[in-house]
Ligand binder design. Structure first.
Ligand SMILES: Cc1cc2nc3c(=O)[nH]c(=O)nc-3n(C[C@H](O)[C@H](O)[C@H](O)COP(=O)(O)OP(=O)(O)OC[C@H]3O[C@@H](n4cnc5c(N)ncnc54)[C@H](O)[C@@H]3O)c2cc1C
Length: 444
């Protein structure tokens, strides 16, 4: 079969839409096209990409080639008694759920969007609201097929090639192309959860609720108001949930989208509109205090209801800043981060605070680790935003924390090395032709 040609495109953006550069793109439909594509891009560099739900530049390879894996989206095998699923790496979590939920199975853990591919979930070792119990996505991967640019093809498990396994989970696409993977799904008793909403008025309350929820609730997460100071500083809405057992297995509906059809004007998002939104959101959520039955789609994926919601940030796009702070330092550091953000007046309304559990992530460059993670969107206001994020880096760094490559588009090499002390070990497994804009910035 002749290889799919690479086509020059300037419309390949990541979710933050800040970075806009030409990419050479191939979109294969079959795994046997991949060796020729890797070979064909050997003179430059190459990167397998998924649905580009990463916010910054880890899924971009400007001036080089990218292989869009979205066409390799077949579910290959499923054992209905054990829940072991094998699928091509371009299959989306949405596809997997549409298949698995009616059969009484769910993803072992899921990020806040289901429009993420299996390959992307592994390459960023993503985490979800159940991290404190389930660990990261990579904890549930039993094996995968990896194609390297030297033409070798490996079936990798953590027993047969432990180092390549650890380098590829969370390896941001740099160890080769993941062709397919096998994951252990989780048995569920319903497509619905009992979700409890608890408003809190400050960080002290957050820590107490978070602590008491860890052992009793499988899923926990919190929205936090990053714009308020004074009496409302650190207020938020805590959600915690467990699966129901009512044996109703209705899957989600991907057609129920609302579209954001154009880039919103930048002035719409300012300190006043964000403060007003946060006030309304806090009050509306407070009115829902208590326990309610909720389908998994609005609980895990509230933003997926709006196709292209990232366009709300206007043409200049946005940065997301996600850090994790070790538990011992978290109270002080999270207070400082929130204080700096509230003073800057630059935050948007999308801000999430969550505690990670103790289960070790399997990847050399995995982001999830014990502690507390804060994720916040910032509209791109150029140098003002970059300066703010650098100030936040100092707080994270002094607290011994780390930043998440999946969300990043501006991290410095020093901060990367501090965040991922095993990066030298990782280098031994990096495929020589795989590269990304992120990697060129932090490691070359
Ligand atoms: C609304 C929203 C909510 C989110 N919530 C969370 C969350 O709660 N937790 C979390 O951890 N993340 C979260 N994310 C981030 C997202 O889960 C990750 O960025 C994920 O990796 C994106 O997958 P993708 O298929 O879009 O991959 P891309 O973004 O296209 O690529 C991600 C990385 O995977 C590599 N890659 C992709 N496919 C392959 C392959 N076949 N072989 C080798 N490498 C490959 C790429 O090279 C790149 O390094 C969220 C994103 C959005 C937009």
């Amino acid at each position: 079969m002749s290889p799919t040609p690479f086509i020059s495109r300037n419309d390949v953006l990541s979710w933050g839409r800040v970075h806009r550069q030409l990419q050479e793109v191939a979109a294969p439909r079959f795994c046997d096209e991949l060796p020729a594509l890797l070979d064909g891009s050997a003179s430059t560099s190459c990167l397998a990409i998924g649905l580009r739900r990463s916010y910054g530049d880890s899924c971009l390879n400007s001036g080089g080639a990218v292989i869009n894996m979205g066409g390799l989206d077949r579910l290959i095998a499923f054992d209905e008694t054990t829940g072991m699923l094998r699928a091509e790496s371009g299959a989306s979590l949405s596809q997997i759920l549409a298949f698995a939920v009616p059969r009484g199975w769910f993803l072992p853990t899921t990020p806040g969007s289901r429009f993420v591919t299996l390959g992307g979930a592994i390459a960023n070792d993503v985490h979800g609201k159940n991290h404190h119990q389930a660990g990261s996505f990579g904890c549930h991967v039993s094996c995968f097929g990896l194609l390297r640019s030297d033409g070798s093809s490996h079936v990798v498990t953590k027993d047969n090639q432990p180092r390549l396994f650890a380098a590829t989970i969370g390896g941001i696409g740099l160890t080769g192309v993941i062709e397919w993977a096998e994951i252990q799904l989780q048995r569920i008793g319903s497509a619905y959860l009992d979700v409890e909403i608890i408003p809190y008025v400050g960080l002290d309350e957050f820590w107490t609720i978070a602590e008491e929820s860890v052992g009793k609730f499988e899923h926990t997460v919190s929205w936090i108001d990053c714009s308020s100071r004074g009496a409302n500083f650190g207020r938020g809405i805590f959600s915690r949930a467990n699966w129901r057992e009512d044996e109703v297995f209705t899957p989600h509906d991907d057609q129920a989208w609302k579209n954001v059809p154009f880039d919103a004007p930048a002035f719409l998002l300012n300190r006043f509109s964000v403060a007003a939104f946060n006030e309304l959101y806090f009050r509306a959520s407070k009115a829902k205090t208590g326990i309610a039955r909720q389908h998994y789609a609005p609980f895990f994926y509230p933003l997926d209801a709006f196709l292209n919601w990232n366009r709300l940030y206007g043409r200049r796009g946005m940065f997301q800043y996600q850090c994790v702070i070790p538990a011992d330092e978290a109270r002080v550091a999270i207070t400082s981060l929130l204080d700096g953000i509230a003073r800057s007046g630059q935050a948007s309304f999308l801000s999430v605070l969550k505690t990670f559990g103790e289960r070790a992530s399997p990847g050399l460059l995995s982001f999830p680790r014990p502690g507390v993670t804060l994720a916040i969107d910032f509209p791109n206001r150029g140098v003002d935003t970059l300066n703010l994020l650098s100030r936040l880096d100092v707080i994270v760094s002094e607290a011994g924390g780390a930043l998440y490559p999946a969300k990043d588009g501006r991290l410095s090499p020093e901060m990367f090395r501090r965040s991922f002390p095993r990066w030298r070990e990782f280098l031994e497994h990096k495929d020589p032709i795989m590269n990304s804009d992120f990697w060129r910035r932090v490691a070359e």
